[in-house]
Structure formats: C-alpha cells, structure tokens
Design a protein around this ligand. Structure first.
Ligand SMILES: *Cc1c(COP(=O)(O)O)cnc(C)c1O
Length: 412
C-alpha cells in the first residue's frame, strides 16, 4: 500500500484564485452585456511583451542551438558562468555589495526556489511569516509538514504570524519570541509596502542574535522608486551571515512565461546541525541544485543575460515605468473616489481599504457587479488582509485609466 502525503490535505489552498474565477464566471453568465467590458486587475501577471533585446537574444540562441558547432546540451545546473557573473556584477557589485558569481544560483523561478529552499532547512525550525502574505511561503511549509491544521480563519497551528497593518506600515516587526526562519518580501506582494533601512536593520539584528535565517524575496526590487529604500538585504551589514535573497526576471523583464530567476546563497551563511554544529548552507544548496535540477535552458539564460545589456536595461526601465504609471493612475483614481490607498509607490500593487467596514469579498462582489472590474480580495492572503483588496497595475494604460474612472463612479 502506498501512502499519500497527508500534509497536502491540510491545505486551504487553491481557494483564492479558483473562487475569483468562479464568481467572475457566474457574473459573466448572468450579465452578458456588462461582461463585455470586464477589466481584470486581479492576478499578478505582466501584460506587456518581452523587451526587443530579449527577443533578439532568444532568436540568436535558437539559431545557435540549430548548428552543430554552437549546439549546447546540458549546461551547469546552477547556471552558466556568464549569466551568474552578469547578475553578481550588475545587481550587486555595481552597487557596492559583496556577492560572488558562485553565490548566484540561476533557476526557472522564484516561486520554485522559495519552495525548494525547504529541502536544505531542518524540519524543527520555528517559522515566522507575515500576514497577509504571498501564499507560497505558507503552503510549501504546510506540504512539508511544518505546521498543524488550519483554523477557521485559515491560520495554521505552529506558525508565527507577523501582522502587517497600517500601524506598522504593513512591514512586520521582529517578534518577541524566537523564530529560526523568517520570510520577508519587500517590495511586498500583496500590500505594495517596502521595508526601509531601519526596518531591515532590525530584522538582521534579530536574525544574528537568534542565529535565524531570513528568506528575503525581492521579486519586485526593480519597482523601487524612492531613494533610500534598500534594493537588497545585503545592503544591511551582517546580512551575508543571516540571509538568502530570491530575485526573479518575471516582473522586471516580463519573464513570467519565459521563466528565469536566481537565488543568492552567501558562502558565509551558516545554520545548525541537529547536534548544534554550525555549517554553511551554500554546499547544501549546490548539492540540492545539482541533484534535483538540470538547469534553465541555454536559450532562456541568454534571454536573461540580454536584460543586462544597455538596450535591455533601458527597455526594462521603460516596462517598469509603464506599470508604475498605471499604479499612479489607479492610486489617484481610488483616492479621488474617497478610498484609503496604500502601496503603489515602490511596487506594482495598490492595497486599498474596503470602505464602510465591508469585507474583502463584499468589496470584490460590488466592484465586479457595479464597476465590472476584477480585483483580489485581501482576505485571500491571510486573516490580516480582511478588509482590504489588492489592485494590480499589470495592465494597459487605457485599462488602468478606465478602472480609475470606474472607481470614481462607484457609489459605496
Ligand atoms: C511574482 C512573484 C515571484 C516570482 O515568481 P517566479 O516563479 O519567478 O515567476 C516571487 N515572489 C513573489 C512575491 C511574487 O509575487
């Protein structure tokens, strides 16, 4: 008899986006005319095509693969040296940060990396996770058996939830209790908040004092517009001894369908064996990668490399400016409608308080029914997301402007 992994049965997951899909389908069936003007601001997926520097690199790499002399079979599992060097140089060393080429691990996505990293961490770790949160951090820990069951509010026993509220600017503070592994995401999905230097310093101080590991998700790093907001956890002294950073080409280069990301594991980062010996995590992640992964395709790594060319950098900037222009339009529209809006300055998401004490789903239904706009209910990201909704700026400018107009026409 084969046993299944019981932990999967604890998952509340798959609830948020399927439920949005279900409500949108019902609405469209019952309201065929309004359905024609439906605008989706729900899912966090880019809408604009790949930058021309990337498509040129893709074509060139495809042609190389079709010629015996330049054909490539398996590449290094952790990524080609030229891409790791381009990343370490452009994203870190050019900003004065000490990151070596071989501390970069190229992968097919940060979502995968955030889940896979659990392979090299012990099952006995106490986990601290913000609320609301990108569901991947919670669900991968549930799958690995690191939690108890969920309660009615969807909170799992055994996790330390870090509430993110207007009082703390949606940036969690280090808890009074001990945590071994801490998930931080800045700029944040879903709240659009970004941690400042002092906030990150407090976390690094906590992690060093507790010998904990910070898992720092910087997928939206490129969206930071305010000076002084850290782009990397490694801007904070001591972070090389306590943090792993995840970055992705999905949101800056429009790679959500192309798939390429990377993880930084400093060689100075240690964790404890079950007998209390301190050992580096870098060799474990290298071993995990070479054993369970065969690398990102040559073609896609060449595409990612092109983002670091002069043209690639300018085109990436333009993409981000497009989305952040949408964020400004949406923020202004929502504010003009009398709504209280957070985020949208260093991140492509705006986080809106539901007016009149409505729940997230009540606001969702009203906005769908009356404005024919799909947003994401905040409660789907955690209990502290109740009473908020997320609006994504990943859209055309015309759609963002239309959504801003419809927000203002709504009568709450
Ligand atoms: C989009 C996103 C990522 C990127 O995931 P990929 O697998 O690289 O596409 C990572 N973290 C967060 C919070 C995200 O929203």
């Amino acid at each position: 008899m084969a046993y299944l992994n019981d932990n999967y049965l604890k998952l509340k997951a798959g609830y948020l986006f399927p439920e949005i899909g279900r409500r949108v389908r019902v609405f469209c069936e019952q309201n065929p005319e309004p359905a024609k003007r439906l605008i989706r601001c729900g899912i966090g997926d880019v809408t604009e095509p790949l930058p021309p520097a990337v498509t040129a690199a893709l074509h060139k790499a495809v042609d190389e693969m079709g010629v015996r002399d330049s054909f490539k079979g398996y590449g290094p599992e952790q990524g080609y040296e030229w891409l790791r060097a381009a990343i370490a140089q452009n994203d870190f060393r050019a900003h004065g940060l000490d990151v070596a080429d071989d501390e970069i691990f190229v992968s097919d996505g940060s979502k995968c990396d955030c889940g896979n990293i659990l392979d090299i961490l012990g099952h006995q770790n106490r986990l601290a996770i913000s609320d609301p949160v990108y569901p991947v951090y919670v669900d991968t820990n549930v799958m690995a058996g690191h939690t108890g069951d969920a309660n009615d509010a969807g909170a799992y026993a055994g996790l330390i939830y870090l509430p993110c509220t207007p009082q703390n600017g949606f940036i969690p503070e280090p808890p009074a209790e001990h945590a071994d592994v801490i998930y931080l995401c800045s700029p944040n999905n879903p709240t659009g908040a970004s941690a400042n230097r002092a906030q990150l310093e407090a976390w690094v101080k906590y992690a060093l004092a507790h010998q904990s590991v910070i898992l720092y998700d910087a997928a939206y790093e490129a969206y930071i517009s305010e000076p002084g907001v850290p782009h990397s956890i490694y801007e904070i002294p001591g972070a090389r001894d306590c943090a792993i950073e995840f970055r992705s080409f999905s949101k800056n280069g429009g790679f959500t369908g192309t798939r390429c990301a990377f993880t930084v594991v400093p060689k100075t980062l240690l964790a404890s064996t079950s007998t209390g010996e301190r050992k580096p995590l870098h060799p474990l992640w290298l071993r995990r990668t070479t054993t369970k992964f065969n690398g990102v395709s040559y073609i896609v790594q060449r595409a990612a490399e092109a983002l670091y060319s002069l043209d690639g950098k300018a085109q990436t900037r333009a993409l981000i400016e497009h989305y952040m222009g949408n964020a400004r339009v949406l923020t202004a529209g929502a504010r003009a409608a009398g709504l209280t809006v957070f985020g949208g300055v260093n991140a492509p998401y705006i986080w809106v308080q539901c007016p009149k004490g409505l729940t997230s789903w009540q606001a969702f239904d009203k906005i769908l029914g009356e404005a024919n706009v799909v947003i994401t209910p905040g409660s789907g990201f955690g209990s502290k997301g109740e009473g908020y909704f997320r609006v994504s700026s990943f859209n055309s400018r015309a759609n963002a402007e239309e959504v801003a107009r419809r927000f203002q026409a709504l009568k709450w």
